[in-house]
Design a protein around this ligand. Structure first.
Ligand code: RP5
Length: 158
């Protein structure tokens, strides 16, 4: 059963969001992926936000570019934690439009916003949320950090 829901405003966001998918696969967490647009498929978006937790999803990663309303609107409809990924899309001026659309949420409706195109970190953060109650995943994250540390140290041995 999928525990992480990954959604994006358009299929054109996939080159960015695939970095979240890759790291979630590394952590061996089940996930689902879909295209859900706040503007083009608003009813599907509301349905997704209202029902994801009933399917067993624990955390949602939502990526969008330009006037990036998807993460905030999903957060408005869902009781689950939402991680927002601002995408530098073809309709984005310079990325700031996407960042600010996702970051500047009103009080009461948080979206944990990662860096521009920061889908890898969104995947890691989602895994860490799963790791708060799943010790096997927590161990995977501890191992991941150890390997990362070793790679950095090994990359610059004097
Ligand atoms: C946003 O508009 C999507 O999330 C995407 O980043 C951007 C462009 O979408 P397409 O015109 O490529 O479908 O809503």
């Amino acid at each position: 059963m999928a525990q992480i829901g990954i959604i994006m405003g358009s299929k054109s966001d996939m080159p960015v969001l695939k970095e979240a998918i890759e790291i979630i696969k590394e952590f061996k967490i089940e996930y689902e992926v879909d295209v859900v647009s706040a503007h083009r498929t608003p009813e599907k978006m509301i349905e997704y936000g209202k029902k994801a937790h009933e399917r067993g999803i624990k955390v949602i990663i939502a990526g969008a570019g330009g006037a990036a309303h998807l993460p905030g609107m999903i957060a408005a409809c869902s009781p689950l934690p939402v991680i927002g990924v601002p995408v530098k899309s073809k309709n984005s001026i310079d990325g700031w439009d996407s960042i600010l659309s996702i970051l500047q949420m009103p009080g009461g409706v948080p979206v944990a916003t990662v860096a521009l195109n920061g889908a890898k970190n969104a995947g890691i953060l989602a895994a860490q949320i799963i790791g708060t109650f799943d010790t096997k995943i927590r161990e995977e994250i501890i191992t991941y950090k150890k390997i990362m540390e070793k790679k950095v140290i090994d990359s610059f041995k004097k």
